[in-house]
Every structure is written in C-alpha cells, then in structure tokens.
Design a binder for this molecule. Structure first.
Ligand code: PMP
Length: 434
C-alpha cells in the first residue's frame, strides 16, 4: 500500500545497507496482536516469524502488558543492583532447570542480546580453562558481534573481516539429510561425532584442547536442523571425558520453543553453560543470560560487565511469562501445534515436488525446498515466501543457500491459525508448482 511504500522508501534512504528482513518481507508494521500483524495500510498477516522467534506469547499479550505496566512506574533500569523482579527472575529461571542442575548453576546477566550471552559464555570458558580454541559446528549461528560471528559458520558475512577470533574450528553437525559424504543415517551420526573425537584426541595433528564446545541442538538460522540425539550425547560424553565445557546456545531453541523449556532436556545431557535470550521475556523485551556450573565461576568483579544488565521491564515480563506458561500448559500446547503443523507440511511434501525435507522440533520447523526446472532451491524458497506473503502469511527463509522455509510461530498460536497458515502454504506451494 501507499503508506507502507513511503515508509519502506524512507527506510532504504536512511538506514544501513545491512538491513535484511524488509528486503524479502516488504511490510511496514502498523500494529500487531497475538499471532497477527497489521501493516500501516491496514492489511492483516499471520506472523510466523514473530521477531525471529522472540515473541513467545505473540504480540502484546495482555498478561505481559499488565506486568510491564505495573513495573514501568516502579523502576525500568537498575544496572546490576538487586530488585524484587530481578531476584524473582533468577530464582524462577534457575528453577526451570532440571532438578539435578538447579543447585549447582549460577546466572550472569549479559546485556540485551543473544550475542552478548555468547560473548560472555566464551570469555567465561576461556578464563576458567586457560585455553584458547573453541569448537563450533558447521551450519552454526551464534550472533553478529566479533566473537559470536567468529563462531558462526557461514563465511559470507565474514568476508573482509580480518582478525576475527582465532582458534575457532567447525566440526560436522551430524545431520544426515545434509551429509556431505552421503553416508547412511546410522553411520553418519556416529561418524560425525567420532571425527571430532579423533581431531581432539590425536597427538599428531589434532586440535589443541579447546576452551569450549558450543552448539545449538536445533540449528536455527542454519535451517531448522535438529541434531540427532545419539550425536549430541556422544559430543556431551566426549566433552565430559576431556574436561571441555559444553556450551549449549539456547538463544533460539530456549524458553519453550522446542516443546520443553530448554531443548537440551530432550537429549538427556547437562550442559556446563546455557545461553538464553530471545524468548525469555515472552514479548521481545531485551535480556540475555548465561547459566553456568559454579565450578566455572572464576570471574572477579568487572570481568564481564555492561550498562544494560538490569532491564526490570524485561524481568517483570519474563516472570509473567512463566505464570502464563504454567497456567496455560503452554509446553503441551507447543507440542500439539507442532504435530499439527508438521503433519500439514508433510502433506505439502507429498502433494508437490517442491519439498525435500520437513523437520524441526516444537515450533521451530523448516521445509527445505528443492530446485525445480531451471530454478534452484533458493529461488523456489523465495518464490514460496512471496506467494505466502501475497496470501497474508509471513514466513522466514534461512539455511544453507537460503533454501529452507522457516516457521517460528508464537508458542500460543491457536490451532485455527495453524490451519489458516497451512491453507495459505498449500495455495502458495500450488502457485509455485504451476
Ligand atoms: N544464537 C542463536 C542460536 C541465534 O539464533 C541468535 C539470533 N538469531 C543469536 C545467537 C544471536 O542473538 P542476537 O541476534 O540477539 O544477538
């Protein structure tokens, strides 16, 4: 529409060329509610992007608004001084950990973003171990600051940046659909882990023992790729046996997104460090934390500080989010909507020749597209996204070569909205197929 066009034009004249989302999703947002966005020209969309997986309870959840409004007139920013909502936040967040971990984990507030949390986690492990190398995984995304980008596997954003963090090694991720060696699923999973084991243990050309292994258990930006359970268990075992801290980056997978509070609960492992951010406040207020085993607590006053470690609005909202989570049995809802959405996507895969893989956990799902005629997979994904948008559904594209349609609906998305979105996706797929 005309108002949106003008705002988008204004944005492209005044903002950095690094902006991304509006290029593929040219929408100027007017307002939003729940799982729906209305653009400035009055057009309504289903939002299956939710601020890159930030809006756990969708837009403007009334309970969160009430909590934030109550806090707004008391205190907004409190540096790292204790306040009632801050201490409640910590007590309840640590209480969300599996019982076996609760008493041994400490928390650090890192700043507003996921990348802040990743920076803190890496620094903590380096200092605690006195080592310098870090193992990350192929397909990883950990953020855009210097260290976080160094740990992110995609090379394109790193071109032209010299002297990023040295000593970062990317290990294979163990996802068979993308096995570079075309191994069969059963052997592929173990081979990936054994490859890393060999690299770490070999005294002839192996990698010097790293400060940490950092991994996402479902790669998000990498294309909604869940790591297989035996693979992750083997990595965790390996880390333990070599005394290497395991950092699980739950920035995208955490806070209910995958159907459990943290994704690692589905793997039967106990990470040494957990990074959480995006979904914490439930409504996109910025906050980021690491939780880590107390034996790693080598920091002294000033080791890792920053001004924005006391967003009391985010704490109030996060506390209210946990109330809603329990009251509405939200994790069960996530698993039910996940099954519903997954079934619908599998049907699209059966009914068309566009989809090579449907995958993910909870409400972090993806459809990997395949090439069609002269159009490559990324062109097919991009056409699908356009057709969906024309029909009123916002979806994200990600993954290698941008060929994965990524779905990150609000965790409280109603069943009818999932059906509505699936109907749009069926039509969009048909339009691309024809
Ligand atoms: N880690 C993961 C797994 C992420 O998905 C992201 C964001 N997409 C980040 C870290 C970085 O978070 P932020 O953009 O808030 O810095």
């Amino acid at each position: 529409g005309p108002i949106g066009r003008e705002l988008l034009d204004h944005q492209s004249r005044t903002e950095s060329n690094a902006r991304t989302y509006p290029r593929r999703l040219p929408i100027a947002i007017g307002e939003a509610s729940g799982s729906y966005i209305t653009d400035v020209d009055g057009r309504r969309y289903i939002d299956f992007l939710t601020g890159a997986g930030v809006l756990a309870l969708g837009h403007n959840h009334p309970d969160l608004i009430t909590a934030v409004q109550g806090q707004l007139t008391k205190l907004t920013h409190g540096l790292d001084m204790p306040t009632p909502v801050r201490e409640e936040f910590k007590r309840r967040q640590l209480g969300m950990l599996p019982e076996s971990m609760r008493d041994s984990m400490k928390m650090h507030f890192c700043g507003p973003t996921g990348a802040d949390g990743v920076e803190a986690a890496i620094k903590l492990c380096k200092k605690a171990t006195g080592r310098g190398n870090v193992i990350a995984f192929q397909g990883s995304y950990h953020g855009s600051t210097h260290a976080a980008m160094s740990l992110t596997s995609e090379t394109a954003p790193k071109t032209g940046l010299t002297n990023l963090l040295p000593g970062v090694h990317f290990a294979p991720y163990g996802y068979c659909h993308r096995c570079p060696l075309s191994l069969t699923p059963d052997t592929c999973v173990t081979n990936c882990a054994e490859f890393l084991a060999n690299t770490l243990n070999d005294t002839h050309g192996g990698i010097q023992k790293p400060a940490a292994i950092i991994m996402e258990l479902v790669q998000g930006e990498g294309g909604s790729i869940p790591a297989p359970v035996p693979f992750v268990r083997r990595i965790a075992e390996l880390a333990k046996s070599l005394d290497i801290p395991l950092i699980v980056d739950e920035v995208q997978t955490g806070c209910g997104r995958t159907g459990t509070w943290f994704s690692f609960e589905q793997y039967g492992i106990e990470p040494d460090v957990i990074v959480a951010s995006k979904g914490l406040s439930g409504m996109g207020l910025p906050v980021s934390v690491i939780m880590y085993h107390e034996r790693l607590d080598v920091w002294t006053p000033g080791s890792h500080i920053g001004t924005f470690r006391g967003n009391n609005l985010a704490f109030a909202s996060a506390n209210a989010y946990l109330d809603v989570l329990a009251r509405d049995n939200l994790l069960a809802h996530v698993r039910e909507r996940s099954a519903q959405l997954m079934a619908g996507l599998r049907q699209i895969q059966i009914d068309t020749t566009l989809v090579s893989d449907v995958r993910g956990r909870g409400l972090m799902l993806g459809m990997e597209m395949s090439g069609r005629g002269t159009a490559g997979a990324s062109e097919v994904a991009s056409r699908f996204q356009r057709e969906a948008l024309r029909r009123g559904l916002i979806v994200e594209i990600g993954g290698r070569e941008d060929c994965v349609v990524r779905l990150l609906p609000a965790l409280n998305v109603p069943a009818e909205t999932v059906d509505e979105a699936l109907a749009v996706m069926r039509d969009a797929a048909r339009a691309v197929q024809d």
